[in-house]
Write a protein that binds this ligand. Structure first.
Ligand code: FAD
Length: 303
């Protein structure tokens, strides 16, 4: 079996940046990822990635991909890492399609949407209930929709839907919206958004497609007629396949300043780690640091 210098798991901002740095260091490496772009591709308007005063998420993800494709990078797309094991100096990565061996690994598998855990959620997934406003927003043109959540992800989803949907209800379980003030201001000025604070969704209703949700406010339950539900209640790290690596209570992988995990040769970068603040520019910077650390580790080991 071929032994790679490095395997990068994930091709969001962290993994893609790590791959560019690894290519420039002429490492013999492989990228395994479910998709290209990660959460960056789900973002609506990005106004905080230096060098671009404004760019949409899909456009930035496309630019990342173009940058990556300038190098002859071996990429396994639509492939999912299922397990990771260190034995001796080698690390084996098991996926849903194959098994690979490497001397170092960078885990850059980011985060995924948290589920609501209410009745009807599974039944109506992709039948009116979605976790991605960027991907599915256009399907709800002229419809009344609910965005569940009250932080930046929910505000971002609502802002994307303002020009598409007829009316947007933000169902927020705290007494006021969180997120960035500038986003809250845009929401308040929109004219077609109702904010339902201190409200919990308790069920998703419909026949074949969503037709309403049940919400609870001050102990009273009522139905709200909507044809779409956007779940934006936060994210959880994609770290289940890396259970052998030390994680914190939130299941984020613990790394030191050089992106090293507790297992020598295994590095991690971006949203999947315990590094504070989850942003594209931070994930990209961490990805570059992880690749340089892996390069240094290989050199020290004289592999
Ligand atoms: C709606 C929304 C809006 C946002 N807006 C902004 C913004 O305006 N500005 C900003 O700076 N940040 C924004 N963010 C945050 C930003 O997108 C993330 O911080 C950033 O994408 C994290 O990059 P990452 O590479 O660490 O992880 P991710 O982007 O999550 O990428 C992870 C990659 O790993 C892959 N993967 C996952 N599990 C596996 C597995 N088991 N095997 C193989 N591959 C796997 C995924 O397919 C993906 O390619 C936003 C996020 C969301 C959700």
């Amino acid at each position: 079996m071929q032994i790679y210098d490095l395997i990068i798991i994930g091709a969001g901002p962290a993994g893609i940046t790590a791959s560019v740095y690894a290519a420039r260091k002429k490492l013999n490496f492989l990228v395994i990822s479910l998709d290209i772009g990660g959460q960056a591709a789900w973002s609506g308007d990005i106004e905080n990635y230096t060098g671009y005063q404004f760019i949409t998420g899909p456009e930035l993800a496309q630019k990342f991909q173009e940058h990556m494709s300038k190098y002859a990078i071996e990429l396994k797309e639509n492939e999912e890492a299922l397990g990771l094991r260190k034995s001796g100096e080698g690390i084996s990565v098991k996926t849903n399609k194959a098994q690979y061996q490497a001397r170092t690994v960078i885990i850059a598998s980011g985060k995924k949407s948290k589920e609501l855990g209410v009745a009807g959620e599974i039944e109506f997934k992709n039948h009116g209930l979605t976790y991605c406003a960027t991907c599915d927003g256009p399907l709800f043109a002229g419809k009344d929709v609910a965005v569940i959540g009250g932080g930046n992800s929910a505000l971002d989803a609502a802002l994307q839907l303002i020009k598409i949907a007829k009316h947007i209800y933000i169902v927020n379980n705290t007494d006021k919206l969180g997120g960035d003030a500038i986003m809250r201001q845009k929401i308040e000025e929109a004219g077609n958004v109702t904010i339902l604070n201190s409200s919990q969704i308790t069920a998703v209703l419909g026949k074949k497609f969503v037709s309403a949700i049940k919400i609870k406010n001050n102990g009273m339950e009522k139905e709200l007629a909507v044809q779409g539900v956007f779940v934006e209640i936060g994210l959880v790290p994609n770290s289940e396949f890396a259970k052998e690596v030390e994680r914190n209570r939130e299941k984020e992988i613990k790394v030191n300043l050089n992106n090293q995990t507790n297992i020598p040769g295994i590095f991690a970068a971006g949203d999947v780690t315990d590094v504070p603040e989850k942003q594209i520019i931070i994930a990209a910077g961490e990805g570059s640091k992880a690749a340089l650390s892996a390069f240094r580790y290989l050199a020290q080991k004289r592999f």
